[in-house]
Design a protein around this ligand. Structure first.
Ligand SMILES: Cc1cc2nc3c(=O)[nH]c(=O)nc-3n(C[C@H](O)[C@H](O)[C@H](O)COP(=O)(O)OP(=O)(O)OC[C@H]3O[C@@H](n4cnc5c(N)ncnc54)[C@H](O)[C@@H]3O)c2cc1C
Length: 405
């Protein structure tokens, strides 16, 4: 069993192969020259803490040895030969596979501006990126974040709490347009502004002039923002080139069927790099979320061993913004009917009902304990395709658990 990509999905897949009883070789190949680590802390603790806390490892060398996982680090898989069942590595080595799992993840989308190498412009995906940002972002530093999505806002929150002065420039009419309903996005904006972050929506970046010491962001209306660092957080693109070159079907991600199998029955995929059909939404989706990567890696591994189980876990995402959490279960879509539940000072929730009354999504922002509990029950209802009454959802006195029938 060969796994390409040693991130959340690949590492979970490798471990699940062993837990699923596979006794043959498990080879995990990653192109970063370090042990597999978690990405969520890169925009949070690693940027906030003065003393670098180091990467949060997904697996230790001891665990790799216990699971007899052969981890090849710092090596890129350059080519897949599906007819010969081989992969070729950057060091020229060739490995034969019986089943192949692709977990190549995603990379930051780039702005179409050309800047000199070494300029004060950053993106954030890897531990190395986080270290480079954390060296610059500290008290007194000026940071401009391009993009009011999750990564940009988390970096803004971390930077401002470290004493930096932060401006977020977002082209859309509001923050978090892709995944978060407008009223919750407003609460998040207010939280950032109270913390001192300057947020400009509807702002079009026309160019960036940067060198190795300073950067200048030029907006379409002629205004400029000077910065010690510009963080570009304008989304991610799936790493599909390897799959594409091997002739696998690709369409906004490596195309999978419900069992996470690619267009080749010997090749599976999981995590940020793939798109898969979701039975709850009747459509093909691609998720960039920590829990999905982990669960999908394990589910793909089970199917590599012949389980043949459809993957239908409810999408779930969280983001930390200051001392509050945002959690989303399901997919929030404009066509769904929103139902608000206020938890007072502990936070605000919105539930979303489909036309047939089914609960299909929930989104909450506030104090971790309260939000996590309610979203967890909502997630269970979504998975069970329940249609709770809107009045009950709206009433904070009604225990969410009681609606799980
Ligand atoms: C800064 C940051 C903060 C985040 N915060 C949150 C959060 O708060 N909540 C949440 O739900 N999600 C969060 N996420 C998203 C979550 O981390 C990702 O969804 C998850 O890491 C995806 O896992 P993956 O295994 O699919 O891909 P990745 O973790 O990207 O792993 C893929 C690995 O494959 C390697 N690779 C690619 N091509 C090759 C090749 N040809 N050969 C060898 N190796 C290759 C890549 O270099 C990478 O190491 C965050 C992501 C980032 C970047």
């Amino acid at each position: 069993m060969v796994i390409v990509g040693a991130g959340e999905a690949g590492t979970a897949g490798a471990i699940a192969l062993r837990e699923g009883g596979w006794r043959g070789p498990v080879i995990l190949i990653g192109n970063e020259a370090m042990l597999p680590y978690e990405r969520p802390p890169l925009s949070k603790s690693i940027l906030i803490e003065e003393m670098n806390p180091g990467p949060k490892l997904l697996v230790t060398p001891k665990r790799l040895a216990e699971f007899a996982i052969d981890y090849l680090e710092g090596r890129n898989v350059e080519r897949i030969d599906r007819a010969a069942h081989t992969v070729t590595l950057s060091d020229g080595a060739q490995l034969i596979y019986e089943r192949l799992l692709l977990t190549t993840g995603a990379r930051p989308r780039k702005l179409s501006v050309s800047v000199a190498p070494g300029s004060r412009i950053a993106t954030l995906r890897t531990y190395a990126d986080a270290l480079a940002i954390s060296r610059i972002v500290r008290r007194g530093c000026e940071l401009v974040v391009i993009g009011g999505g999750f990564i940009g806002l988390e970096v803004a929150a971390s930077a401002v709490s470290r004493g930096a002065s932060v401006t977020v420039v977002e082209v859309g009419p509001r923050l978090l347009t892709r995944a978060v309903p407008a009223p919750i996005a407003e609460l998040i904006r207010a939280k950032h502004e109270r913390a001192g972050v300057c947020i400009e929506t509807g702002a079009i970046v026309e160019g960036i002039e940067a060198n190795e010491r300073r950067a200048k962001v030029v907006l379409a209306d002629g205004r400029t923002h000077l910065a010690d660092l510009v963080l570009v957080g304008v989304g991610a693109v799936p790493n599909v080139e390897l799959a594409q070159a091997a002739g696998l079907a690709v369409d906004n991600g490596i195309v999978l069927d419900e069992t996470l199998t690619t267009s080749d029955p010997h090749v599976f995929a999981a995590g940020d790099c793939c798109s898969f059909p979701h039975p709850l939404y009747g459509e093909r989706i691609r998720l960039e979320a920590w829990r999905n990567a982990r669960q999908q890696g394990a589910a793909a591994a089970a199917n590599m061993l012949g389980a043949n189980r459809p993957y239908e876990n409810v999408p779930w995402f969280w983001s930390d913004q200051y001392d509050e959490t945002l959690q989303i279960a399901g997919l929030c879509r404009e066509e769904y009917v929103p139902v608000a539940r206020s938890l007072g000072p502990k936070g605000q929730l919105f539930f979303y009902l489909a036309a047939d009354g089914r609960l299909v999504a929930a989104c909450g922002f506030g104090c971790l304990g309260s939000i996590a509990k309610e979203i967890r029950f909502a997630e269970m209802m979504i998975g069970r395709r329940l249609a709770p009454k809107a009045e009950a959802l709206a009433d904070p006195a009604v225990n969410m658990k009681s609606l799980l029938v």
